[in-house]
Design a protein around this ligand. Sequence first.
Ligand code: NDP
Ligand code: 8X3
Length: 251
Amino acid sequence: MTKIALVTGVTSGIGQAVAERLAKEGFSLIVTGRRKECLMAFAKKLQDKGISVLPLCFDVRDSKEVEAHLEHLPQEWQNIDVLVNNAGLAVGLNPLQSGIIEDWERMIDTNVKGLLYVSRSVLPLMIKQQKGHVINLGSIAGKEVYPNGNVYCATKHAVDAISKGMRMDTLAHNIKVTQICPGAVETEFSMVRFKGDKQRAEQVYKGFHSLKAEDIADAIAYCVNLPEHVNINDMVIMPTAQANSALFSKK
Ligand code: NDP
Ligand code: 8X3
């Protein structure tokens, strides 16, 4: 039987690369995002290759929308084998004392509450099957705090804690929980963080070889393809030129 993966946030970056990679691995895909045109175009691209795709357009911050979409899936899409909780963002890079409350709320609502809402809807489906694999996108920012990273780092530390808690709570149900923690990956991430300031965003990835979204997709494919009895709990993946969240070798 074809396996089903649900990947959140496939309209760009890591989520898109992961969905493409899992399609190559033979999965049918439930894909999500807010930008409807991007989402539908991406779904069509995969469907044109003969892959079964169910695109669902919703905002992970809205618990009612999440419930409406994920708790009423067509019967043939309910046996989800893999959930990739990828949708997330950083907004701003300000000292805490001059932080923008709206930015904090966007990050907390998306990275923490959104991931919880999606998991709350999907885990019961996995428990019903007594199997499943949840992959949470954490970050090096969930392992270390860097200057001005305050709230983004806090949300990714929360993902770290939620991943550990989820692993404990679903242990008896044969569910794997993997956290993937990348360093700098060149995606739309910095454009979003700097609110469309292209020059500032490009600066982040200048002078070193950053990770590409496909590198993270490779790592996720590795985790997903392991034998039934093996789980990677936690994976920190860095560019060779990045030692920790703040230290880079830039030429
Ligand atoms: P991108 O900005 O390229 O992609 C983010 C994706 O998340 C988009 O598809 C976006 O879709 C979706 N998304 C954002 N907010 C929402 C929302 N409220 N509801 C639904 N979907 C949403 O960034 P990345 O690919 O880099 O980021 C993916 C994940 O990886 C994030 O969790 C990020 O924190 C994490 N990460 C990124 C790193 C990096 O350096 N790039 C490093 C470590 C971790 P849309 O706008 O259509 O809703
Ligand atoms: C994204 C990587 O180092 O900008 O999570 O926080 S970092």
